[in-house]
Design a protein around this ligand. Structure first.
Ligand SMILES: [Cu+2]
Length: 253
């Protein structure tokens, strides 16, 4: 009897946590992030209703039928089990297809109005803008010098690199297509901004494009979401989404 009551109590406590949301997602700042939240809400509602129904049924069985259960050993009900199994499969496949369609809608590999390079290394972020000429300068490993102020290794002899801007925080304009080109100097890192609901691994030796179109100006944390070494927890930066005119002014400075 106590078990049945405890089950009901835990179910109620679980529901209250979701109803009052003492800890929940931060603001969603892109259309894709909102779609992600909608998908999450669908999954949560469907699985939540099934969870509550199953727990109540289980408690009810324990509370009402415990004498009967003890008296005769229970046997299975094949048709009911098959129905339940098929329904669960159909539900999970549907949810996963819906989710992957949402994921496929996230634009990538297309040219952005602003192209910015993201350079990750143990344990910091750098961001490079092509400057007024619109071209990134050549980079090479031998020119990388954190102490010398050249963390991405721009070739000093390449004229296209003279006006490149390298920063420690990522500034992007709101309401414009931004293409991030993700690079890693050493190990696998992961570009994660909670408000974008996006995590993208950064693999050394590969340039990984990630397109953003952020609606809401503000300052958001960038974290590395790949355990990349001892200083992993300090690998943070900020994403500053600026009104487009402020961004243009900042870039011209
Ligand atoms: Cu990292």
């Amino acid at each position: 009897m106590l078990l049945g009551l405890i089950l009901l109590l835990f179910t109620l406590a679980g529901c209250l946590l979701f109803a009052f949301k003492p800890a929940w997602f931060p603001l969603a700042i892109t259309a894709e992030a909102l779609a992600w939240d909608r998908q999450f809400a669908w999954t949560l509602w469907i699985t939540g209703i099934i969870f509550i129904a199953a727990q109540v049924l289980l408690s009810w069985t324990i509370l009402r039928g415990r004498k009967r259960l003890l008296a005769s050993p229970a046997s299975g009900h094949r048709r009911l089990e098959l129905t339940w199994l098929t329904a669960t499969c159909a539900l999970f496949i549907t949810l996963s297809v819906l989710g992957s369609r949402g994921w496929a809608k996230i634009p990538n590999r297309t040219a952005g109005e602003e192209t910015i390079e993201v350079d990750a290394h143990q344990f910091a972020w750098n961001f490079r803008y092509p400057g007024p000429d619109g071209r990134f300068g050549r980079t090479a490993i031998e020119f990388i010098s954190d102490a010398g102020g050249n963390p991405v290794g721009i070739d000093p002899k390449d004229a296209a690199g003279k006006d490149d801007i390298v920063t420690a925080s990522l500034r992007i304009p709101a309401q414009r297509n931004v293409l991030l080109l993700l690079h890693s100097r050493d190990v696998i890192h992961d570009f994660f901004v909670r408000e974008l609901r996006t995590k993208q691994d950064i693999v050394p030796g590969i340039e990984i494009p990630l397109e953003l179109h952020v609606d809401t100006p503000g300052t958001y944390e960038i974290a590395c979401a790949e355990l990349c070494g001892l200083g992993h927890s300090q690998m943070r930066s900020v994403l500053i989404v600026m009104p487009p005119e402020d961004y243009d002014r900042w870039k011209r400075r």
